[in-house]
Design a protein around this ligand. Sequence first.
Ligand SMILES: *Cc1c(COP(=O)(O)O)cnc(C)c1O
Length: 381
Amino acid sequence: MTINIFQPSLGEQELAAVAEVFESNWLGHGPRTARFEAEFAAHLGVGAEHTVFINSCTAGLFLAMELLELSEGDEVVLPSISFVAAANAVAATGARPVFCDVDPRTLNPDAEHIEAKLTERTKAVVVLHYGGYPGDIERIAALCRARGVPLVEDAACAVASTAGGTTCGTFGDIAMWSFDAMKILVTGDGGMLYLRDADLARRARRLAYHGLEQSSGFSNAKVSHRWWELDVRDFARRQIGNDLTAAIGLVQLSRLKDFVRGRAEVVARYDRALADVAGVRLPPPLPDGHTSSYYFYWVQLDAAIRDAVAADLLAAGVYTTFRYPPLHKVRAYASDEVLPNAERAAEETLCLPLHQSLSETDVRTVVEAVRGAVASRRAST
Ligand SMILES: *Cc1c(COP(=O)(O)O)cnc(C)c1O
């Protein structure tokens, strides 16, 4: 039996919610979607007119770049340690992703890393919250405000993270969360889009559903006696969520605090048990005033042993990974640019299993496997 690195918690409550949707005989976008949007907005501390339930975080990234009306010659600054969808969404508009370096320990960019890449062509900044840690988001948001550059937060890792009492995702102008199968709050596939500007949120809603004005769309058909007529203002795709996934999301949202509490306990256990292991560096402590969703738990090892330790752990039934391989090194975006911290982190960092169902025994198994693998690989180098 392998210990999973990520694992959702789904049970009777989610099943009952899905059964209700079946009984209602309406699986599409409807009342449960609206409720999920409203409850997620409340969780963020914003009004319900600012959130749109969509079918993935990736769709949200592509929508965001469309809403920013990027075009050829524009630049968007993002950390090289980002999920590839962020860069793809930029590139799809014809704009150029410009990668910045990150802090070598948190794997999040500091405001200075972003600032070094801003030019008069910069049309947006996209940051994520590595592993659920808010990072330097307060200073990055201040920098973007001062420069008049829109800030997009890929908050996929940060469903319950806060900095200075503000929820991650609400520091900037646009944000998106992922509810895919490997996240903390899961709906199978799904995502939430947040737009600070309510007009932009209405436009996002149109773009997520064929470019249809809402009143002529799925929700209420009373614009005219010819209810079948279309009011299409934008070329658009279909990226909306539905009541089946929203029903699961509503239950998961109600359980989110417990999930994060469980993850925090696992993190505390790892911190205690791995603190004295020679050759293992732990994630830096959260700064005062920050809370994390604890999406990743990552350790940093000498680059010479990292891969061998990962192989030993897999052989011992402990699955690990590294997120996210630097984008300035992947074929589609490769350049001669050197981003030393991102490159070093990619050689030294290993994400260990972290989810709310890890038992004390599982944690002990992981810790003992890490201790053993690191000690034996260090001895043989
Ligand atoms: C998972 C993830 C995504 C993609 O989410 P989907 O819902 O699968 O599209 C985007 N960004 C980050 C940081 C992620 O972790």
